[in-house]
Design a protein around this ligand. Structure first.
Ligand code: FES
Length: 710
């Protein structure tokens, strides 16, 4: 340590630091711009100049190292004059329209102008005349606003080692660009965003605008979109290094079924993945699946928390993803949990809805049974009709009964023989029972469940399967991969159809449809359907399956207030409390049929709320994965922006359409690390030291206060 004096104040600082760092660490503000604590010094702005007692001239404090006894003066007439000259140079070509800059209010340069009390307009002497470059994905380059502090160039070259940005010259004007002014993607940019993060002006900035509060969610949208907010960049980095136990532990911090979700998650993360703006989104779901399948260490189990017994009892009704998740976390909070499931196996829609060719049952059984490992007592084949009665034995009852009743549209012929509904059909197929379908099947509906029905019917021996829905092909509700695979399996898909009536006397012989000309919802969310005139036609069939929605199997006799669509009434998104004190509800039963991951999120939220209700702190969070050593120097990868998304290995249609064997083998071994390496690591920029403005430094404030007082 060495002792120095700055503006009369004696301070002790570590050897080797610069005077600027020493001052800032001790709350003494010295204006600076090109300096950034994570970057090598460039000494280009000269705003940080100071005088040293006993030495001639001025020195840039960002490069001047501390020495024992050094006596520094940061403010004098001479310094003020020279700083204003330096500022004049920086401002000479900077646009004066701060208020139109998207970074207005967050601009570091703007705060400096205010601090130094200079007039930006007076100092502006020329216009650079560059066009704002918005041809790149994610980042905008507006070189008119550049003050050549060089932070972006150093961030790209020294901090990240990507070496894309450099100084170029055009018409005597220096600017930051790429070699031969190529597009970032063609220059091997990795789109990590470090350049935008360190830019003190609005020169290099994110395409999307955001407030400081929205910044993380905007820039890491995969995590923000995930209903349980899995730390996706972190597990992708572990997967890239082949550390699958660590990757799985990260996933387990937020959800208990990574293998199931690695196959059937709705993967909204991928739809928002910023890599998709560059070329194609990262195969996040497949990487999750691969990591979980190759977790040979079960680190998450070793680090799993289990709080001491609270003596409180909870009965969870329903063993689907919401109930299982809630039971799992409540047991870990120390509560005694009994889970009652109406059917013979755990898993809910994962067991009796989603067909086994998409989600093999041994995986559901394995992950559902994790609840037993944490102490949940499971009672199968146990249907609960009167949840209130359970309160005599349990402190809390949680209704997670899902939506197991299919919906029959109110239309002519809907009671004919040969008609069934999605839930019943899929459940019977899953249980190996006779579904009663014939050889010619029509499925009414266009969501994933409708496709599950159609593809299951095909596998059960139907010779001809038609699927019809109201929506046009481009806006059909099912995932693209479902529609594609169904087509490959020979299912006839008829988008843009109205369901007119079911045809037949006693038994179904077909269904009548009209072509939809226009279909939309009006301002009152009422469906408006315009039919094509004279387009009615009939498709022959001996079986019709309604796949147009499903509802909770509950009625008023249960003693709970019911809401829209026969759901259990709760304040959705706010509380899991039902109309009866001590009875909670979560999952599809409260908000209608959604995805497995949303059910897990709902189960987690209910567990947290119930824990609080029972006297706990509601904190179900866990740290299961080790801290990672993030590499800030990610290096250059040739053709990074063009690396294609790895493809899943899908079994050929003729080999899969007649059986219930697994159709998707996932990503192959050779692809997994490189696919994870396609991640832009959007979270990495949050490790860059955050910029502080002059008002963040206490002594400078005091000086300003005193100055104003005088
Ligand atoms: Fe020292 Fe720019 S901060 S020269």
């Amino acid at each position: 340590m060495v002792n120095i004096i700055i503006d009369g104040k004696e301070i002790t600082v570590p050897q080797g630091v610069s005077v600027l760092e020493a001052a800032l660490q001790n709350g003494i503000y010295i204006p600076h711009l090109c300096h950034h604590p994570d970057l090598p010094e460039l000494e280009s702005c000269r705003l940080c100049i100071v005088e040293v007692q006993g030495r001639e001239g001025v020195f840039t404090s960002c490069t001047l190292k501390v020495e024992d006894g050094l006596n520094i003066c940061t403010k004098s007439e001479k310094i003020d004059h020279l700083r204003k000259l330096a500022m004049e140079l920086l401002l000479a070509a900077h646009p004066e329209d701060c208020s139109t800059c998207p970074k207005y209010g967050r601009c570091e340069f703007q705060t400096l102008i205010q601090y130094m009390e200079v007039s930006a307009t007076r100092m502006r002497t020329r216009v650079k005349g560059f066009q704002s470059n918005e041809k790149n994905p994610l980042l905008i380059h507006d070189m008119n606003r550049c003050v050549l502090c060089g932070r972006c160039v150093r961030a790209c070259n020294d901090l990240r080692g990507v070496k894309v940005l450099q100084y170029n010259k055009k018409d005597m004007e220096t600017y930051v660009g790429t070699l031969q002014d190529k597009l970032l993607k063609d220059s091997d940019c990795c789109f990590c965003g470090a350049c935008a993060e360190v830019c003190p002006t609005g020169t290099i900035r994110d395409m999307l605008n955001y407030s400081p509060i929205e910044k993380r969610d905007t820039l890491i949208p995969c995590e923000a979109t995930c209903p349980v907010r899995t730390n996706i960049p972190k597990y992708l980095r572990f997967a890239k290094e082949g550390k699958f136990a660590e990757a799985t532990a990260v996933i387990h911090e937020k959800l208990p079924f990574p293998e199931c979700l690695g196959r059937v998650c709705a993967h909204s993360c991928e739809s928002k993945c910023r890599r998709g703006e560059v070329n194609e989104a990262v195969s996040i779901r497949d990487i999750k699946r691969f990591a979980a399948e190759h977790d040979n260490n079960k680190l998450w189990k070793k680090n799993s928390k289990h709080l001491p017994s609270t003596g409180k009892t909870v009965c969870v009704v329903g063993g689907g993803p919401a109930g299982l998740a809630a039971a799992f976390y409540l047991a870990k909070q120390g509560h005694e949990v009994v889970l009652k499931e109406a059917y013979p196996r755990l898993g809910g829609q994962m067991q009796y809805g989603i067909p086994s060719y998409r989600l093999p049952r041994e995986i559901v059984d394995k992950e559902a049974n994790y609840v037993k490992e944490v102490g949940v007592k499971v009672e199968l084949n146990t249907r609960v009709e009167k949840p209130k009665e359970l309160l005599e034995k349990f402190d809390v009852v949680l209704m997670a009964i899902g939506t197991h009743n299919g919906v029959r549209l109110p239309m002519e012929g809907n009671e004919l023989n040969g008609i069934t509904v999605n839930t019943e059909f899929l459940r019977k197929a899953s249980m190996g029972e006779d579904t009663g379908i014939g050889k010619h099947v029509i499925v009414l509906g266009g969501g994933n469940v409708a496709f599950d029905c159609a593809r299951t019917a095909k596998r059960l021996g139907a010779e001809e399967v038609h699927l019809a829905c109201l929506e046009k092909r481009e806006v059909m509700l099912a995932d693209d991969e479902e529609i594609l695979q169904a087509g490959e399996e020979g299912i006839f898909v008829h988008p843009g159809q109205t369901f007119e009536r079911i045809v037949g006397d006693d038994k179904v012989t077909g269904a009548a449809f009209c072509n939809v000309k226009n279909f939309y919802f009006d301002e009152n969310r009422k469906a408006i359907i315009e039919k094509e005139p004279n387009s009615e036609h009939i498709i022959n069939a001996d079986t019709v399956i309604f796949a147009v929605g499903q509802r909770t199997a509950i009625n008023e006799d249960a003693g709970l207030k019911l809401g829209r669509g026969n759901s259990i009434a709760v304040e959705i998104g706010k509380s899991a409390k039902t109309s009866v004190e001590g009875i909670f509800a979560c999952g599809d039963a409260v908000y209608g049929t959604k995805t497995v991951i949303e059910a897990v999120a709902s189960g987690r939220a209910a567990a947290s709320e119930i824990d609080r209700f029972l006297g706990g702190d509601g904190d179900i969070s866990e740290v299961l994965a080790p801290e990672e050593q993030k590499l800030s120097n990610i290096g250059r990868i040739e053709g990074f922006g063009y690396l294609r998304r790895a493809k899943e290995d899908i079994v050929q249609a003729d080999k899969r359409k007649n059986n219930f064997n697994d159709v998707n083998k996932g990503l192959c071994n050779d692809d997994i690390c490189s696919e994870a390496g396609r991640c832009l690591q959007c979270d990495l920029r949050f490790d860059i030291t955050k910029h502080r403005v002059w008002s963040d430094y206490s002594i400078s404030n005091e000086v300003e206060v005193n100055k104003n007082a005088n």
